[in-house]
Structures are given as structure tokens and as C-alpha cells.
Design a protein around this ligand. Sequence first.
Ligand SMILES: Cc1ncc(COP(=O)(O)O)c(C=O)c1O
Length: 343
Amino acid sequence: MDLSRFPRRRYSAGPTPLEFLPNFTKALSPNGDGPRIWIKRDDMLGLYPGGNKTRKLEFLVADALAKGADTLITCGAPQSNHCRITLAAAVKESLKCRFVIEERVPGSFKESASGNHFLFRLLGVEALTVVPAGSHMAQAMQQVADELAAQGRKGYIIPGGGSNALGGLGYVACAQELQQQFFEQGVSFDRVVVGSGSSGTHGGLVAGFAGNHLNIPIIGIGVSRDPADQEPLVYKLAQEVAELLGMKGAIPREAVQTVGGYWQPRYSVPNAGMVEAVQMLARTEAILLDPVYTGKVMAGLIGLHRQGFFKHGENVLFLHTGGFPALHAYEREVLGQQGRAVS
Ligand SMILES: Cc1ncc(COP(=O)(O)O)c(C=O)c1O
């Protein structure tokens, strides 16, 4: 798959590490009869602290610059990693940045909040509009673009999570990077586990794996929806990415698999599985997950393992998509009252 015809900015120095997790593997299966867990450190991408959005923004911001934009406009939840990383890209490119923040959990937006919200202010967001849950985000962002246009400025709208076909190319690039690493490190994988939200990461990866003939099942762990609602979104995005790359019709529907439940009781609200996963990875490998996405995704991996889903000796790759600054907005929930590990 040739990505070279798409303009791209570069925000990372090179490939992110692909590492085996010996201590975590042992903690999951003390008798040594379980899967071998590996990690792709996309939490170490640029626009520090980077994450999956960094890869998508390399293509989206290049498009914004090609179109002469002076302001990036995007949307997300009050602790949005996507908003924070988009703002970081804007700072790098000497652009302005505005957000529309959806208060998905009523009362969750706090002007004095820590975590990503603190970083919005430190990095210098130009303006931030808060709208209630269920608002029409595309319309709200268009309104911001219209206000800028009336002042002779030019906004570029990036959809929530950077999840459109162009943003999805970031995870086609990741698929290519992984393929090269599998070859160089001499390891073959049986499964990949990834978070599935606005779906650009999962959909882009599905398209990238199909286009590069990587026949490894990808399991998306829903962070806000169960499979009946999530899989059509991912499938649509994967098809759009494939079409952009001239591979229309190349994505089999069965390439999209997700698992539900681990995001409940609702998006961004902590649960016991997330707390266990965040504590476990911190205390076995000194790797920080986040409470909203990767903590719940790792809880999904742990849950699948306990159900006997993975076979003995299988190589399972967990894609770490970043997000740890949000931990600071959930310190009490993540540490628990005694600050002790759950397991
Ligand atoms: C840390 C992290 N992981 C995973 C996701 C989900 O990725 P996507 O929206 O591409 O499905 C997000 C989205 O904001 C995120 O911030």
C-alpha cells in the first residue's frame, strides 16, 4: 500500500517500540500456561505525551496546511486526549486551535479540572465551547468555522477522534510499521487487541492489515459501545480507508470483531476491571494506562484471558494508544482508598 501520495507531517522520531511484557505475562498466568503478552508503545508517539491521535494528525494536519487553514477545530469529551494532541499539533504548526467539548456525562465539565483539561489551558487553547450530551457535534464545529470565516480566518474541522478516512491512514501506516517490526524481531502474532471508540484506530488497522496481507485477527474492545453498535462504525470506516487507497471492497465484514461490556457502566466512568488493569500494568511493567480507554481495553484482554479465549503460548499484541494524562483527573478512583493493588 502506497501512502506516499498523501501529504504527511511527521510528529514522531521513528517507530514506537514493540516489546514483550514478561512480568505482566507471568502475573496473568503464574503457571506459565497462558498467552505471551506484547505491547506496541503508541503511547510513546510524538506530540508528547502522544497516542493514537498523533498518527492520525500527521495526515489531517498536512491536509489542513495544504488547504491554507489558520485554525484547527475539533471536538471531544472534557478529558479528551484527541483534543489535547490536536492542540499540541496546532502549537507545533503555529496554528490556533478551538474545541467543542461535549459534556457526555452531565456535570463532568469542570473549569478547574486536572488531567487533559489542565493541559488544554497550559498549551493555550484559543477558545472552548461546552455543549450538552447528544449535541450535533459537526454542526457545532461548523458554527465555530463560520464565526472564524466572518473574521477573515480559515478553520479546518477535524472530526471527533480524528476518525475519518484520512485520519485512518495513520493506522495503515502503523500496520506497515508493525509488519516491518514482526519481520525484524522475528516474531509472529496470533491476535491483536485494540481499543475501539470513534473507530479510526481500529478501522485504519483493519484496512492496513487487509491491504498488507497481515492475516492476524484484530479484536476491538469497545470503549463506549457494544458490538451491535460498534462494529458497523468500524466496518464503515475501514471501507472508507480502503476506498481512499484504491482498494474498494477489500475488507471482509468478518475482519471486524469487537467485544462489549468492559466500558460499562458508561463511557469514561471507572469500573473495577479498569482499576485492576491500570494497577497491574503499572506494578508489573511500570507502564501507565489511562482510565477511559486503555485501562478498559486491558481489562478486556484480562477478561478474555480468564475466559480461556487465548491459547497457551499464543503471542497476543496489546496496542497501547496513550492517554495517561487523564489519570490525574481520576487519581482517587484509580488508586482506591488504600492505594493497594487489587490482585
Ligand atoms: C488513549 C485512547 N485510546 C483509544 C482511543 C479510541 O480510539 P478511536 O477513537 O480511534 O477508536 C482514544 C480516543 O480518543 C484514546 O484517546
